[in-house]
Ligand binder design. Structure first.
Ligand SMILES: [Zn+2]
Ligand SMILES: [Zn+2]
Length: 253
C-alpha cells in the first residue's frame, strides 16, 4: 500500500507546479506611467462645470453628466448652444440629449492585458469634457450612413438613451491634430491622428495604439490615436475600433 502513495503525491505536486508556471507568465509592465496628474489637469467642462475627478487607492474616478461644452443641434432649437446640423441628411436624428450620472473608474497605472478584450457597444472611454466615447459600432452592427448622418459637427450624437457620445473626430475633439482627447476605460490616453512631432504614426498596432512620449507624458506610455483612415464613405475618422490594450475599468450610469 505504501508504494502507491508516492506516485499519487508526485502527480499532485506536478499539477500544482504547472499551475504556478502559468500564473507567473502574467505580464508586469514595469514601465507603467502614473496618469493621475494628466487626468486631473485635463478633465473639465467649461459649460456645465459638471466634471469631477477623485483618486482612491490605485484608481481614479471621473464623474460627469455627459453633456458637452460646445454647440450642437442636440441642445434643441432656441437653446443658446444650439447650432444646425452640418449636412442636410439628418432625418433620422430624432432624439434629444439629457444629463446622465456617469462615473468612469480607471487604473492610475494602466497596464497591458494578457488577453485583449474587444470593445463593445456603449461607452469605451470618456472625452475630456465628460461625454462618453463610443467605438465604431451602433445598435446591431458597425456604423452605417443612417448613424453618421445624425452626427453633429463634432462626430457625436445621442443614442436611444438620449446619451450624447462621440464616435468620430470633429470640431470639438480634434481635426487632424495631435492633442489629447480623452481616456479609454483601460486608463490609456487617446490622441488625435498625429503624434507630438506632427507626423502620422506608422507603427500602430491592431488596436490603434503604440508606445511613445506625447505632449502630456514625457515618459513613454501606450496611447491610442484616432484612426487616420477614412471610415467607409463617411469622410469621418473613427476614434476607436478593436480591443482594449489594457484591462477595462467600470463605466457606470
Ligand atoms: Zn452612437
Ligand atoms: Zn503616438
Amino acid at each position: 500500500m505504501k508504494k502507491l502513495i508516492f506516485p499519487m503525491f508526485f502527480l499532485v505536486f506536478f499539477a500544482c507546479s504547472s499551475d504556478n508556471e502559468s500564473e507567473t507568465t502574467t505580464i508586469i509592465d514595469e514601465s507603467s506611467v502614473d496618469i493621475t496628474s494628466v487626468v486631473q489637469a485635463n478633465f473639465t467642462n467649461s459649460y456645465t462645470n459638471d466634471v469631477s475627478v477623485a483618486v482612491s487607492g490605485d484608481y481614479i474616478t471621473i464623474s460627469s453628466t455627459g453633456l458637452p461644452d460646445h454647440k450642437t443641434p442636440y441642445w434643441g432649437s432656441g437653446h443658446e448652444m444650439y447650432e444646425d446640423f452640418p449636412g442636410t441628411n439628418h432625418a433620422n436624428a430624432n432624439t434629444s440629449m439629457v444629463a446622465h450620472n456617469y462615473a468612469m473608474t480607471i487604473p492610475i497605472y494602466p497596464q497591458e492585458a494578457i488577453n485583449k478584450e474587444e470593445t463593445e457597444l456603449g461607452a469605451v472611454g470618456m472625452a475630456l469634457n465628460g461625454a462618453p466615447i463610443y467605438n465604431d459600432y451602433e445598435g446591431s452592427g458597425v456604423l452605417t450612413e443612417i448613424a453618421w448622418s445624425t452626427f453633429d459637427s463634432t462626430g457625436a450624437h445621442p443614442g436611444p438613451g438620449e446619451d450624447y457620445h462621440y464616435h468620430c473626430e470633429g470640431t470639438y475633439l480634434s481635426v487632424d491634430e495631435n492633442n489629447l482627447i480623452g481616456f479609454l476605460r483601460d486608463g490609456f490616453p487617446v490622441y488625435g491622428r498625429k503624434d507630438a512631432d506632427g507626423s502620422y504614426p506608422n507603427d500602430l498596432d491592431e488596436n490603434g495604439g503604440h508606445t511613445g512620449t506625447t505632449n502630456d507624458f514625457s515618459d513613454e506610455i501606450y496611447h491610442y490615436h484616432i484612426s487616420s483612415e477614412e471610415y467607409s464613405t463617411s469622410g469621418l475618422f473613427v476614434i476607436k475600433s478593436g480591443a482594449y490594450h489594457g484591462t477595462k475599468g467600470t463605466f457606470t450610469q
